[in-house]
Design a protein. Structure first.
Length: 387
């Protein structure tokens, strides 16, 4: 039996700022861009979360929800340095460390340098070590696989430790809602609940046709997760290559202004994810699925790589102008960032010509174009996706 940990630093960026500036302790803090510059929240302290401030929210909205909010610009070099120290601790315990971001990782501690037979003990020792060395807290989940460990780490935050032993897996899963499953976002969850699939375990016995209409080709994968089965290994060499989200609308969008607003939201969500992860993107891709299920994508690459929300929104809008969204009903929209790098001012990469936003877009046909037919019903979550 494997022993898997999921470790997630608590409000990492905001906690670093509160640690290093005593005047911020106990106050609602949001790390991110300025509200008057259309900034987004990259991280919110637990004091700010009490007011409903969340990651990926526009900073202007966050300030409206919490007028006392202290907005702090991000310092990714500092966060990355602290993250490196923490990951060195992880790798001293096991070589099987799979980074998901600067503040999150899976560890396979089935065999570990401490010769501890219990994942719970390893987790406790790591939590204490990290707190002693960095004055920061981490929440941990211990379970037989990655899916369960991830759910466990979210169960008792901040500074929690939740263990799901093999003999308790089924009882634990029976208390979870269906949207605890990976890949089940708000739209899919609503569709499943309308069909009577409310609890995670309801997926096990649901009519296959009902599931297929809601989740498409992911039915077998989700059923395995609903049984608590996940055989994916912890992969130390795993690299995040892209991140994005898409939304399938219950009724087709026909108003060009509404379509643009929806696309803007997806682009800003993607920019917020980049900011949280300390990454930047050279390529922005949008996906448009029309009411007849015909699907097109449009991409734009530029150097230097960026995580600036307004730049990403502008590029997504211009790509939208190269579709038929103004004249055809739209069923689905998506925005994805590719060619990720750890530095916002990374040097140009091969094969990605710079197309400055200050200049008009090139003539039709000069941007990469691909038409694809993909399964309906997806409503992907932000991810790593990679998670």
């Amino acid at each position: 039996m494997r022993r898997i940990l999921h470790l997630d630093m608590d409000a990492f960026y905001a906690s670093v700022e509160q640690r290093d500036d005593p005047s911020l302790r106990g106050r609602p803090v949001a790390v991110g861009g300025r509200p008057d510059r259309r900034g987004v929240v990259a991280a919110a302290s637990y004091e700010a979360r009490k007011f409903g401030v969340r990651s990926a929210m526009s900073m202007a909205r966050a300030v409206r929800r919490c007028p006392e909010l202290v907005v702090v610009p991000p310092d990714f070099a500092r966060y990355r340095s602290i993250s490196d120290r923490i990951f060195d601790m992880y790798r001293s315990v096991t070589p099987l460390v799979e980074p998901l971001s600067l503040d999150e990782a899976y560890l396979d501690v089935t065999s570990n340098s401490w010769n501890e037979p219990l994942a719970t003990t390893v987790a406790r020792r790591l939590k204490r070590w990290i707190r002693d060395e960095t004055k920061l807290t981490v929440s941990a989940g211990a379970a037989p696989n990655k899916f369960l460990a991830k759910i466990a780490s979210d169960w008792d935050k901040p500074d929690g430790l939740t263990v799901i032993p093999v003999e308790r897996v089924d009882a634990f899963l029976r208390q979870l809602p269906v949207d605890a499953l990976w890949g089940v976002g708000p739209v899919t969850a609503k569709r499943l609940r309308a069909a009577g699939v409310v609890k995670l375990v309801d997926v096990r016995t649901a009519d296959p046709q009902v599931l297929r209409r809601a989740v498409g080709s992911r039915i077998d994968w989700l059923r395995r997760l609903a049984e608590g089965k996940d055989d994916r290994p912890v992969s130390p060499d795993r690299v995040v290559k892209s991140s994005g989200s898409e939304h399938t609308y219950p009724t087709d969008l026909t108003d060009p202004d509404e379509i643009r607003r929806e696309l803007d939201g997806l682009a800003r969500r993607g920019a917020a994810w980049l900011e949280r992860k300390g990454l930047a993107a050279r390529t922005v891709t949008i996906k448009v699925r029309y009411s007849d299920f015909a699907t097109v994508t449009r991409s734009h690459s530029a150097d230097p790589a960026t995580r600036d929300a307004q730049q990403i929104v502008l590029r997504a809008r211009r790509l939208l102008d190269r579709t038929e969204a103004r004249t055809r009903p739209v069923r689905l929209l998506g925005v994805t960032m590719h060619n990720l790098s750890a530095e916002e001012d990374a040097p140009p990469g091969p094969g990605h010509p710079t197309l400055p936003l200050s200049e008009p877009f090139p003539p039709a046909g000069s941007l990469p174009r691909r038409t694809a037919q993909t399964p309906a019903g997806s409503d992907g979550r932000q991810g790593r996706r990679s998670t």
